[in-house]
Design a protein around this ligand. Structure first.
Ligand SMILES: NC(=O)c1ccc[n+]([C@@H]2O[C@H](COP(=O)([O-])OP(=O)(O)OC[C@H]3O[C@@H](n4cnc5c(N)ncnc54)[C@H](OP(=O)(O)O)[C@@H]3O)[C@@H](O)[C@H]2O)c1
Length: 352
């Protein structure tokens, strides 16, 4: 089968088209024909080994000391079940599914196997494969950080710094889902997008520093690595939590965390990928509470160009790779979304 692989760490050019063995499902696995996948900041980290401060060695231990252990990147996918192992009872050939492969990667290919009790769920019927493929990376991060680690509840006020990225767009919508009052921080060109996702207020960071507005929040979720506790201390209410999605190793270890007496907390680290969370997110997408944001679409074979765009740090939501010869369908679906109920930020792009 075709797959985009990388055999050394480096820039986008290390990602090249290869022919690799098609996987065979074990008795408890399903074989998925992938129709769409994404290039995420997770792929950028694994490809470049450019890690948040202090995580350099850990990155090598996770991804491979001398070179990549898993040559196929890709943390999320949407596709169709092609075959199931003898013990599989919950999926059938022909089922349209999404899967979050997370740190196991392996989605930038024509096929991927998944254990049936893994992070795989039926694709929401209202989403195209491109949208469905874009659903999990951001939401599988934002949901457990907001719900399980920060304990978000109705009425909380939440500031999302980096509200236009994959994690940020999911965080805005998930915080709204939990009944929070949401403020999004982004640059001028993305203000409209973040407001359309449901943010009650938006702050243009090129004009205003949220920390000098005199406002304060119960939760500040920072996806950009620009918000230290010192910077946002006065912007956190009593009991407030700073969720450092791009936290440093020191923050993850709790070094420099606020004193107990302050009543404030810094939350950083890693969240496990749970199948029930993927099903929860798929339900939110099927009711329209969470809408994936698709920025650009590239054919799988142009993954290196997609990586180069992700590397800019300026993408809005997700960058999709289509797999197989279905680009015309992709273009048509994105162009026909003209209803006013549809998000205005699905940008039709020229795909060949
Ligand atoms: N801890 C975890 O488990 C975990 C999981 C997933 C991701 N992450 C990390 O989370 C980070 C974000 O990931 P992502 O996929 O959401 O990134 P992304 O999609 O690449 O984010 C890009 C967005 O960030 C915005 N941005 C850049 N600088 C900004 C600033 N100073 N203020 C406000 N917005 C800014 C950009 O908007 P403008 O163009 O408007 O500036 C752009 O839309 C990455 O470092 C990733 O490694 C951590």
């Amino acid at each position: 089968m075709k797959a985009m692989t990388y055999r050394q760490y480096g820039g986008p050019e290390v990602v090249t088209l290869s022919e690799v063995d098609k996987p065979t499902p074990k008795p408890s696995e399903v074989l998925i024909r992938i129709l769409a996948t994404t290039v995420t900041t997770g792929d950028y980290r694994a490809r470049s080994l450019n890690m948040p401060a202090g995580f350099g060695l850990i990155g090598r231990l996770v991804f491979g000391l001398t070179g990549p252990r898993q040559p196929i990147l890709g943390t999320e996918l949407a596709g169709i079940v092609e075959a199931v192992g003898a013990d599989v009872i919950n999926f059938n050939p022909g089922d349209e599914v999404i899967a979050f492969t997370g740190v196991a990667y392996g989605s930038h290919a024509e096929y991927r196997t998944m254990p049936e009790d893994g992070t795989i769920a039926l694709k929401p019927g209202n989403l195209s494969f491109e949208e469905a493929a874009s659903l999990s990376f951001g939401a599988m991060t934002a949901l457990p950080f907001l719900r399980d680690k920060a304990g978000i509840k109705a009425g909380d006020s939440v500031l999302v710094v980096g509200a236009s990225g994959a994690v940020g767009t999911a965080a805005v919508q998930i915080a709204r889902h939990f009944g929070a009052e949401v403020t999004g921080v982004t640059s001028t060109s993305n203000l409209e997008l973040v407001a359309a996702l449901g943010a009650h207020r938006v702050i243009d960071y090129t004009k205003t520093d949220f920390a000098t507005t005199g406002n304060n929040w119960d939760i500040i979720i920072d996806t950009t690595g620009t918000v230290s506790f010192d910077r946002c201390d006065k912007s956190l209410r009593p009991g407030g939590r700073l969720v450092a999605i791009q936290g440093s190793f020191a923050q993850t270890l709790g070094i420099g965390k606020p004193s107990k007496a302050s009543g404030k907390t810094v939350i950083a680290g890693y969240v496990p990928a749970r199948p029930e969370d993927l099903r929860y997110i798929a339900r939110l997408a099927s009711t329209g509470e969470v809408k994936p944001v698709v920025d650009r679409v590239y054919p799988l074979e142009e993954a290196a160009q997609a990586h180069a765009y992700v590397d800019t740090g300026r993408k809005r939501g997700s960058v999709v790779l289509t797999v197989g010869n279905r680009q015309w369908e992709t273009t048509a679906r994105l162009r026909t979304r003209t209803s006013k109920d549809e998000p205005p930020h699905l940008i039709p792009v020229a795909v060949r």
